[in-house]
Each structure stands twice: as structure tokens, then as C-alpha cells.
Design a binder for this molecule. Sequence first.
Ligand code: RB5
Length: 148
Amino acid sequence: MSEIIPIASDHAGVELKERLKRELVALGYAPLDMGTNSTDSVDYPDFAHPLAEKVEHGEVQRGVLLCGTGLGMSYAANRHHGVRAAVAWSPEVAQLSREHNDANVLVLPARCISEDESVEILKRWLSTPFAGGRHSRRVAKIEEGEGT
Ligand code: RB5
């Protein structure tokens, strides 16, 4: 069965979301569109939180968010326990977010990168495993500081 990958955006990322959904299907994944579905102005947390909850609760392994800069979506998603949402603006950053940080949500800055760049970032992120080793210790320490 194809892996379900939830994907959500605000109005700034809605067009790019359509392109990435097609790419996900072509790569053999099952994108789950969690909105928004028009260019009408919306509030990014309303879309980040429901997607992050799916990752937090283990309903899915990973997800993709888009907004203008990637920042607002990442702030909201990273409020969720166990969620590591990484803003990636290049394939190299996407790769390192997986290898070193075990990112489980990819956040794309739709107003700052081209569609083609986004596709390369998405592909690199999906295909890169976590490196483990010393990085496991560091990732574990992220949540040690929660609520302090
Ligand atoms: C929307 O105008 C914009 O603020 C949003 O897409 C995002 O960049 C916020 O972080």
C-alpha cells in the first residue's frame, strides 16, 4: 500500500501544493490534501496544527507543509510533541534535515523557491534516511528541554 503523506498549505502555497501532489503520486505516494484549496487568505496555524497532530499521534510517519516563508508553518507544527518540522530551501538542507535532525515534517517556503526547486527538495527529503549515531542523542535532547 502506498504511504499516505498529508500535505497542507495556506494561500501562499496552494499552487505549489498542487504541483507537489502530482509529484507525490508520480513517486508512488498517496498525498492526503489537508487544505487550503483556494487562494483566499487563510491563517497558516489552522492548517499546520491538524497535519502536525497526525504526525504527533503516529497516524502518519511524515508530512509536508507550505507557506510563504515556511516560518509560520514551522513554528506551529513544532509546538507538537515529537514533531520536527524543518524549513528547507535547498536539496542540501532537506538532506541534512533528515540525516542529522530526523525531520518528520518538511516545510517549504513557497514564495522563496521555484516549483522545480521545490520538487528537488521534496525528492531529496523523502529519499534520505536518518543517519542515527551521534545524531540520535542530539535529537533525543530536543525534547528534554520541553516545558522548562
Ligand atoms: C502569508 O501572507 C504569509 O504570512 C505566510 O504564508 C507565511 O509566510 C507565514 O509565515
